[in-house]
Design a protein around this ligand. Structure first.
Ligand code: ATP
Ligand code: MG
Length: 333
């Protein structure tokens, strides 16, 4: 999401400095299991009221970061503060400030969605009436009111994920950690989940989410931290990360192999894709450059069947940073 759409941080309470406080900060987090170094010095900071996406492939260490920040795992080295509380000193206070939706569902399938929610209300010691009110409101908000009295095991993946997040929100946490909130969801459910995250942020909640999807980080996050093999290899806004990679390109596709071959020989400085009958030319995508490119193609007699302008996306960033494409193909491992 472009940062211009994000709500600006609300005015600070009296007596507090105006600078946006950090909801989460971590310095030098290290964790190894036996010989395997899982986190190798991770620094992270998330200003209050913003969304930070921790982006990385399978095994990068995303869940380990979330577990450390939610006090479920103790790091071997490094320190972290959540909602101003040092995790090594006041883990309980930190825990009280956060809501965590784990990578794997915390929903009990044998009881109904509503019962799962009421259980959370009990865990948070909400008075019975207040608990019922909060639960009813959240079930409505997450479009689960109709299914509320059905066993959760009958829910679709998307409904279960929504229930998971609704359960996290029962205690009205101001900071939430979402570990891969949309993995396995269909495109429509993913969009619903994005709307849920946006609504949370509009309410001033701080969100740290992990994802394997570049488009998701691009859509939601103010800042993206790219985690690869236990290290943050880049950090910044989606736009800043995109600026790390060389410019975009124009892709020309041909229906006729003969036209493709003659174009390829006329335009020698291009990248060929013989299988797709497509040529790639570097371009910044600006109107001026496109105009001169089109003029040039005319002058050498090249007429493509399709022309697409490709601005660099986060896939290109991942490639530029790690030397390999974003490894979505490993998603089933
Ligand atoms: N309790 C544990 N014992 C041993 N190894 C572990 C443990 N927890 C995590 N690991 C290892 O640490 C590495 C990072 O795991 P982690 O779950 O943090 O990755 P991830 O980025 O969340 O991956 P995914 O996208 O698959 O969820 C993996 O190689 C994993 O096998
Ligand atoms: Mg994980």
């Amino acid at each position: 999401m472009p940062s211009s759409v994000m709500p600006t941080s609300s005015s600070p309470p009296p007596g507090r400095p105006a600078a946006s406080p950090l909801a989460v900060s971590a310095v030098g987090l290290r964790k190894a299991y036996g010989d395997k170094v899982v986190l190798d010095g991770v620094d992270l900071s998330v200003p209050a009221g913003t969304v930070c996406a921790l982006l990385g492939p399978n095994g990068a260490g995303k869940t380990t970061v979330v577990k450390i920040l939610s006090t479920l795992v103790t790091p071997d080295a490094g320190s972290a503060r959540v909602a101003g509380h040092d995790l090594a000193v006041a883990p309980q206070a930190a825990r009280a400030a956060i809501g965590v939706t784990g990578q794997f569902s915390a929903v009990d399938g044998l009881i109904t969605g509503e019962e799962n929610m009421l259980l959370m209300a009990d865990l948070h010691h909400l008075p019975r009436r207040e608990g019922r009110r909060v639960v009813a409101e959240l079930l409505e908000r997450f479009d689960l009111a109709d299914a509320a009295r059905k066993p959760a095991q009958s829910y679709s993946g998307g409904m279960r994920r929504r229930l998971d997040i609704a359960m996290t929100l029962v205690g009205s946490p101001r900071i939430i950690f979402l570990d891969e909130p949309t993995t396995g969801l269909d495109p429509r459910s993913r969009r619903t989940m994005w709307d849920v995250v946006r609504a949370l942020v509009a309410d001033g909640v701080t969100v740290l989410l992990t994802t394997q999807y570049l488009d998701e980080a691009d859509e939601l996050a103010d800042r993206i931290a790219v985690l690869n093999e236990g290290r943050i290899v880049a950090e910044g806004s989606a736009d800043a990360l995109k600026r790390l990679v060389p410019g975009g390109h124009v892709r020309l596709r041909f229906a006729d192999p003969a036209a493709y071959r003659s174009a390829a020989s006329a335009l020698r400085e291009v990248t060929r894709d013989d299988e797709a009958l497509a040529l790639r030319l570097p371009s910044d995508g600006s109107q001026r450059e496109l105009r001169s490119l089109l003029d040039w193609l005319d002058s050498v007699g090249v007429e493509a069947d399709e022309l697409t302008v490709h601005t660099p996306d986060l896939d290109d960033v991942f490639f530029a940073l790690t030397g390999r494409p974003e490894p979505r193909r490993e998603a089933t491992s």
